[in-house]
Write a protein that binds this ligand. Structure first.
Ligand code: SF4
Length: 361
């Protein structure tokens, strides 16, 4: 049985109990979780959750559990090191040609594994105040190497279309900003928000808009979500995906394959599969890098190249993203076979695991 026809977003543990999404005996623990981390389950997401299944892959992403109260020693409040690269509020400048612009601190839903869980949610500053926003724009204006601005947060599509359209125009008015990318969960979590006004707000003269959709299970790409995505893409806005590898959600081959195929069917190019970040209280949702590599190996060759994301790890502390997928190429020394030691032939592994030799030049 699913929790369909909700009229509003559930934000309190007691509401989750009332709608059968958590057991009453979990309430005390969940009140403790809620005092620390935001909760939001929109009607669209609630309709996807099977309350009879305690391991439902959608539920695992959005329904809080008492496990969130236990942080591991390796976990940290700012797991990907945004602060270390923040020259002023709202800006993260980690790589030369692009910046993050964090405008909003609220999201339609709150993911239990969120890497910014200590910064997002009600009670945090809800949006970058006007003077801070102006200072952030000045920073972008005075750094001509910035080619791309990535709106993230929080979810930028939680802003009103009117405000978003002003921001898009401000950014596109900066000569060297050629690409504006928005990272969002809204087409899945609140598809009705992607209406005519929102689509119009995202289209701007002077820069190209890209939308990166965060989704982790094929069931999230339900009928309404697919229609919202189509509204964006039909308007000429290209889309890519980002997903997080999550235990019990997509850490098996069939689930990952179905997710990547669903993206491509929706005209979304799979872009990133993130290894789970070391956010506090999220160990129960992380899997190992070895498992991630095994899954990526299984995807390769068995699923269209269009469906292959980059498996990446954000190095804790702020050193940036690195690809951590399996390696298919190594070099083999010919020393001892009458050849010079420096001359090495390549060993290339195919998708079945068979190794083939390739000449050095
Ligand atoms: S939508 Fe993004 S920023 Fe918001 S809670 Fe989920 S992962 Fe975090």
């Amino acid at each position: 049985m699913r929790t369909s026809n909700l009229a509003r977003t559930l934000r309190e543990p007691a509401e989750l109990v009332e709608h059968g999404l958590v057991r009453r005996d979990e309430l005390t623990n969940l009140e403790r979780v809620a005092s620390r981390y935001a909760i939001a389950v929109t009607p669209a997401i609630a309709a996807l959750i099977d309350p009879e299944d305690p391991n439902d892959p959608i539920g695992r992403q959005f329904i809080p559990t008492g496990e969130e109260l236990f942080a591991q020693p390796s976990e940290r409040a700012d797991p990907i090191g945004d602060e270390a690269h923040s020259p002023l509020p709202g800006i993260v400048h980690r790589y030369p040609d692009r910046v993050l612009l964090k405008l909003a601190h609220v999201c339609a839903v709150y993911c239990r594994f969120c890497f910014r869980r200590e910064m997002v949610g009600p009670g945090k500053e809800t949006a970058l105040a006007e003077p801070a926003y102006r200072a952030a724009l000045d920073y972008i204006r005075t750094h001509p190497e910035i080619w791309e601005v990535i709106l993230t947060g929080g979810d930028p599509l939680m802003l009103s279309p009117r405000r978003l359209s002003e921001i898009m125009a401000d950014l596109a008015g900066i000569d060297h900003v050629k690409v504006i990318r928005l990272h969002t969960r809204v087409p899945v979590a609140e598809p009705a928000r992607i209406g005519t006004a929102m689509v119009a707000a995202l289209k701007v003269q002077g820069a190209t808009t890209w939308v990166a959709l965060h989704a982790n299970h094929a069931r999230e790409l339900a009928h309404e979500a697919r229609a919202a995505i189509a509204r964006l893409i039909d308007a000429g806005i290209p889309m890519v995906s980002q997903s997080v590898l999550l235990k019990g959600v997509n850490d098996d081959f069939a689930a990952l394959e179905a997710l990547m195929r669903a993206f491509v069917e929706c005209r979304i190019k799979p872009y990133y599969l993130h290894h789970g970040d070391l956010a506090p209280g999220t160990a129960h949702l992380r899997t190992t890098l070895a498992r991630g590599q095994e899954l990526m190996r299984a995807l390769r060759g068995r699923v269209s190249g269009l469906c292959q994301p980059d498996y990446v790890l954000d190095i804790p502390g702020g050193a940036g993203k690195s690809p951590v997928g399996p390696n298919y190429l190594s070099q083999d020394s010919l020393a001892g076979q009458g050849e010079v030691a420096e001359e090495k032939r390549y060993r290339v592994t195919d998708y079945c695991g068979d190794v083939h030799l390739y000449p050095p030049a």
